[in-house]
Design a protein around this ligand. Structure first.
Ligand SMILES: Cc1ncc(COP(=O)(O)O)c(C=O)c1O
Length: 403
């Protein structure tokens, strides 16, 4: 369906391109993004927001345009609500460490969070005495709305924050964020979503979801690595402390006092990743030209192919629901007797790139006593049926031969 887009990605135009199925980690970049990064260094290598010469002004215009595109893409209320960060981890840390907490404040997450949406809360538990609680999923990793509602009710007035992955990188399972946010709000809590795995694959209307904060990575959206974003409601951003104070974060300073800048500048301390922002601007142009519903459908259709090939094979099982429509583009496979890293290396020799290990969701694997992790194939618009077939068939052969 998106086969004609392959020519936009230089890595896919090489001789014998690999079947790149590690898109949940980072996607490939189209030529337009690479050119935009290059043009920063070649044409306008200036400092946005500070220098008023032509390089600086050109960069400032690009930064503003990029922020507006993000505002539009996610229907943020105002452009100042869009904060550039280094990655989703930085965004989530800004929320956790920028808000004020009292001892005993309760924060709920699910049992399938990436470390980025677990470790900052665990750190606050250790250092500030908040009470981090985990809401367990259903047996097939789908969100247990009833258990969530019970956990909110049990937390009562101490419930301060609910921080949920929108789509899990472990299994591709989506959280019904709108319904969960409504419940959390009824209990007076703030809601943050980790949208690292949803933003590249589906339309998101942050206001309609009813959440307060949203963190995501640009490198999973065909943009440059080392770029991320935090969206937050302006009233909350205005209250929140920056975790990165310095240049840009203040409008003025004296030897003994300062005046904080308004968001987003308050959170963007130091010289920015301008080549990254120019690359992000180009990635947003690319993604805006796609029908994201069709991208999602394409990924599910590839997942159907992988699932049908591996689902009944002895020695392996898919994490999450058996129905691939509930796992988007992610097919994460447990291998009974084989080490996932060994198989990933073998697949790489066969020209297939997947991810192996615990995918930064150690807590889920450890809670189940699974020491070897899983093998995860994750697709994007440019992947083809031949590629996912090659992956699944080669894996089955390897498991037959070695398992
Ligand atoms: C669900 C999820 N959250 C957070 C992250 C962390 O993203 P980043 O590397 O941009 O900090 C990832 C990365 O894989 C992820 O999949």
């Amino acid at each position: 369906m998106f086969a004609n887009r392959r020519k936009d990605f230089p890595t896919l135009c090489a001789d014998n391109p690999p079947a790149y199925l590690d898109n949940a980690c980072m996607t490939l970049r189209p030529t337009s993004v690479i050119e935009a990064i290059r043009s920063y260094y070649e044409v306008t290598p200036g400092c946005g927001g500070r220098s008023v010469h032509r390089y600086g002004n050109a960069v400032s215009r690009k930064v503003n345009s990029c922020r507006s595109k993000l505002q539009q893409l996610f229907n943020a209320n105002e452009v100042g609500e869009i904060v550039f960060t280094n990655n989703a981890t930085h965004s989530l840390n800004q929320v956790a460490k920028g808000l004020s907490w009292n001892k005993g404040d309760i924060v709920l997450t699910t049992d399938r969070e990436h470390n980025s949406n677990l470790v900052p809360w665990l750190q606050l538990e250790q250092e500030q005495g908040i009470d981090h609680r985990v809401v367990h999923s259903n047996y097939d990793n789908t969100f247990d709305l009833e258990a969530f509602e019970d956990a909110c009710a049990k937390a009562g007035r101490k419930l301060k924050m609910v921080s949920l992955s929108h789509v899990g990188n472990l299994d591709g399972v989506e959280t019904p964020v709108k319904a969960a946010a409504k419940i959390a709000k009824d209990h007076g809590a703030m809601v943050c979503i980790d949208a690292a795995q949803s933003a590249p694959h589906m339309k998101i209307d942050a206001q309609d979801l009813g959440v307060d904060f949203m963190a995501f990575s640009i490198h999973k959206m065909m943009g440059p690595s080392g770029m991320g974003c935090l969206w937050g409601r302006m009233d909350l951003l205005e209250e929140m402390r920056t975790i990165h104070a310095g240049g840009s974060t203040v409008s003025t300073s004296q030897y003994d006092s300062l005046a904080w800048s308004k968001p987003p500048a308050k959170f963007e301390g130091g010289l920015g990743n301008y080549s990254g922002i120019l690359g992000t601007d180009a990635a947003l142009d690319y993604i805006s030209g796609l029908d994201l519903d069709a991208v999602h459908e394409h990924e599910v259709s590839l997942n159907r192919v992988m699932t049908s090939i591996v689902k009944d094979v002895n020695g392996m099982s898919i994490i999450g629901p058996t129905d691939p429509t509930l796992r988007g583009g992610i097919c994460s496979i447990l291998l009974d007797n084989l080490d996932a890293h060994d198989i990933a290396i073998l697949l790489d020799d066969a020209g297939i790139m997947v991810r192996s290990g615990m995918h930064c969701v150690h807590s889920w694997f450890n809670s189940k006593g699974i020491a070897k992790g899983s093998l995860r194939a994750s697709s994007y618009l440019y992947n083809t049926e031949e590629e996912v077939r090659l992956f699944a068939e080669t894996l089955v052969e390897a498991v037959d031969a070695l398992g």
